[in-house]
Design a protein around this ligand. Structure first.
Ligand code: PBG
Length: 324
C-alpha cells in the first residue's frame, strides 16, 4: 500500500507525541477555590465533594503556603457565613471585620505573592440564599448592584487582588469598576463570571456553603443552558464595562461556550470546573469505573484546549502533583 500522508508518524512514540502536543497544562493555569469557615482548627469534609474541605482560617493559611510552594499562583475565596449574620440586604458581605475580609488579610499577610481573588455575590449572606436582594419574590437588579459595589470595595480594602462577581446582575461590572476607580483601587482587577448558566451541577457547592436558594431557582439571572450566542453578548458587554478576565461556568458541559467566548474577546478567558464536575469524577473513581488521575488531566486539558486560559478547579493540587 502506498500512502502519501501517514498521520500516525506523529504518534509513534512518547517523544514525538510530547513534541507535537498542542495543549500543555502548567500550574500557572489553575485557580484554587477555597471554602473558609469560622473557628479554629476546623476541617470539615464536604459530603458531596470527597476529599475537599471547608477549613477554618488557620488551616486555610497553612494550605495556601503549601499551594504557593507547589507553584500554584492564585486562590479564589468563598466563606461560609453564620446563619445569624444572614439577612435580605446581605450587609455582612461588606463588614470590614467579616470572615471574608479577615481571610483576605490573613492570606496576604502570610503569602503576599499569592494572587487573591474573591467571590462577589450575596448568596452566602442572603437569608433567601439568592445572589441578590429579594423584593416581592423578585431578585432586584439595581439595588443588588449597589450592594455588590460595596462588597467589592471592602474586598479591595482588605487587600484582594481581583474581585470575581458571580451574581449575573446587569451592569455590575461597570458599577464595580467605577466604585474601585473612585476609591483609588486602580490595581484591583475584575474577573467577571460573564457566561454563568443556571446549572444543576452547582449542587455540591451549595452544600459546601449551605447557600441553596430558599425559594425558586436562579433562572431569572443565570443563563439558560440552551443558549450559546448570548454568552458572547454577556462576555463582550463585561469587557466593555471593564472586566479584565471573563469566565464561563460550568466547564465541561459548556466547552462549546468556552470556544465561542474565546473567539469573541481579546481578554483572558477563565473556566470554572465546578463542584458537580468534581463530584462526578470522584464518584465514578470511588466505584472503580474510571481512573481518577487520568480523568483529572484529560478534563483539565480539554478545558484548556477549548480556550480556557485559566481554570478554577478543585483538582488544582492533584493536577500539579500529577504534572510533576
Ligand atoms: C455563588 C456561586 C456559585 C458557585 C460559585 N459562586 C453557586 C451558585 O451560583 O449557586 C458555584 C461553584 C461550584 O459549583 O463549584 N454565586
Amino acid at each position: 500500500m502506498y500512502l502519501q500522508r501517514r498521520n500516525r508518524i506523529l504518534r509513534i512514540s512518547p517523544a514525538i507525541r510530547d513534541m507535537v502536543r498542542e495543549t500543555i497544562l502548567t500550574p500557572n493555569d489553575f485557580i484554587v477555590p477555597l471554602f473558609i469557615d469560622e473557628g479554629e482548627n476546623i476541617k470539615t469534609e464536604i459530603a458531596s465533594m470527597p476529599n475537599y474541605y471547608r477549613n477554618s482560617l488557620d488551616i486555610t493559611v497553612k494550605e495556601v503556603k503549601e499551594m504557593w510552594g507547589m507553584g500554584l499562583k492564585s486562590v479564589l475565596l468563598f466563606v461560609k457565613s453564620k446563619d445569624e449574620l444572614k439577612d435580605n440586604t446581605g450587609k455582612e458581605a461588606w463588614n470590614k471585620d467579616g470572615l471574608m475580609q479577615r481571610s483576605i488579610k490573613a492570606i496576604k499577610d502570610a503569602v503576599p505573592e499569592m494572587y487573591v481573588m474573591t467571590d462577589v455575590a450575596l448568596d452566602p449572606y442572603s437569608s433567601y440564599g439568592h445572589d441578590g436582594i429579594v423584593k416581592d419574590g423578585q431578585i432586584v437588579n439595581d439595588e443588588t448592584v449597589e450592594a455588590l459595589v460595596k462588597m467589592s470595595i471592602s474586598h479591595a480594602e482588605a487587600g484582594a487582588d481581583m474581585v470575581a462577581p458571580s451574581d449575573m446582575m446587569d451592569g455590575r461590572i461597570g458599577a464595580i469598576r467605577k466604585g474601585l476607580e473612585e476609591n483609588n483601587f486602580i490595581n484591583t482587577g475584575i474577573m467577571a463570571y460573564s457566561a454563568k448558566y443556571a446549572s444543576c451541577f452547582y449542587g455540591p457547592f451549595r452544600d459546601a456553603l449551605d447557600s441553596a436558594p430558599g425559594f425558586g431557582d436562579k433562572k431569572t439571572y443565570q443563563m439558560d443552558y440552551g443558549n450559546r450566542i448570548e454568552a458572547a453578548k454577556e462576555a463582550l458587554m463585561d469587557v466593555e464595562e471593564g472586566a479584565d478576565i471573563v469566565m464561563v461556568k460550568p466547564g465541561l458541559p459548556y466547552l462549546d461556550i468556552v470556544r465561542e467566548v474565546k473567539n469573541a474577546v481579546t481578554v483572558p478567558v477563565s473556566v470554572y470546573n465546578i463542584s458537580g464536575e468534581y463530584a462526578m469524577i470522584k464518584a465514578a473513581a470511588q466505584r472503580g469505573w474510571i481512573d481518577e488521575n487520568k480523568a483529572i488531566l484529560e478534563t483539565l486539558t480539554s478545558i484548556k484546549r477549548a480556550g480556557g486560559d485559566l481554570i478554577a478547579t478543585y483538582f488544582a493540587k492533584d493536577a500539579v502533583r500529577l504534572l510533576s
